[in-house]
Every structure is written in structure tokens, then in C-alpha cells.
Write a protein that binds this ligand. Sequence first.
Ligand code: HMH
Length: 234
Amino acid sequence: MDGEGAAGAGGGAGFIAVWLQRHREKYVCATRHRFVLSIREGSVDLSSFRRWLGQDYIFVREFVPFVASVLLKGWKESDSEMDVEVILGGMASLHDELSWFKKEASKWDVQLAAIVPQRANRDYCSFLHGMTDSEVDYTTAIVAFWAIETVYQESFALCLEDGSSTPAELLGTCERWGNAGFGQYCQSLRDIAERCLQNASADVLRKAEEAFTQVLEHEVNFWNMSNHDMVKIS
Ligand SMILES: Cc1ncc(CO)c(N)n1
């Protein structure tokens, strides 16, 4: 059975489930990255962690207008009022997240004002910027949003599982994205995305799947920045 045939018409596993299988390898690279595994194993190099922290602060600042654009598209295009509420909840937690970054940066002695965004970060931010274009449909944007949040949720939840040896001073970071509430929020985004996909044209389905795989590639490149020895993929 063809994947999209299985996902369509409400009968099968759903588009997202099909894509998660189809792009399994990329998904695993993004959600079980060596940097994240090193946190989980307790062997993380703290200079890598500090580098990630500074770069992610810049990313999150750029993420805010992207999420605002998803909110606007949802408000205009969605037939469900729930969408705006879920996205607004995401925006509210980003506000809290920016304060958290500032606090965490001072704890680790990272000078946020002096951080220069690295190549992978700039590439990811320009991808986000492209997604804010009014030509980009709501379905594609919400799929990208869901994927971005989910990669962090899965990655950091892994560091909180039984049997992990995450250093105590990194538990707060892992809990920020790995907690059950954030998992629930990612599930709400997935439900919205799946509902939009069920009503999407073939053209939108293609664009949304492409956005999903692009997010996975950007996430891998982003994690790779924490380690100077790693090279960019694709
Ligand atoms: C690179 C990156 N991806 C996803 C998230 C989740 O918000 C984040 N903070 N940073």
C-alpha cells in the first residue's frame, strides 16, 4: 500500500505517522544526536553545552516572530478556535523561555550580548524567516512548528528517562523541554497538523513533508554546532 494512500481518507495511520516511518533515519539523527546522548550519559563537554546555550538563545529570539506568523495564519485559515489558543500557549512559554535563557546564561557565565550566530543557526533562522511569508500556507507552517518543538521534546525527554545519568546541573534544561506538559503541547500541535493535512491538497502535502524533512536537517546541523569537529549534512 502506498504511504499517502494509507494516510489519507481517514482510514490509515495518518500522514505524520507515515512520514515518521518514511524519514525514520533523519528523525532518529535529530532526536538522538550525539550531543544529547552525551548529556544523557553524563559525559557532556560543558564548553559544548555553553555553546549550545548561547546559540539557542539567538534561535529562540528568531523563533518568536515565526510562531507569531503561525498564529496569524491559524487565525485567518483555521476553522477551529482551539488552534489559536494552543499556539498562543506556545508563545507564552517562549516569553518565559527567554527569561530562562538569560538566567541560565549568567549561571554558566555565557555572555549573550557577545554571541555571534554560527552558520547552521543563520541557515535555520532564514528557513524560519521564509516560513513567515504569507505565501506559505498554514498547514506547512504548523507542520514545521510541530516538528521543531517535537525534536526538542523527544531529545530532552530522553535525558530524563530512568537509567539516564544527566548531570544535576543540566536537569533544569532537560525538564524545560522534556517535561510531560511540553509533551502534551507537542501532541496538541501534532493533532492540529494532522487535521490540516487530512484536508490538504497534494501540493500542500508535498510542501509540508518537505518542511518536515528540512526541520530535521536543520536540527541535526544545529546540534552539530555544539561540536566543532562535526560537518554539515546535506
Ligand atoms: C534549535 C531549536 N529547535 C527547537 C527548539 C524548541 O523550541 C529550540 N529551542 N531550539
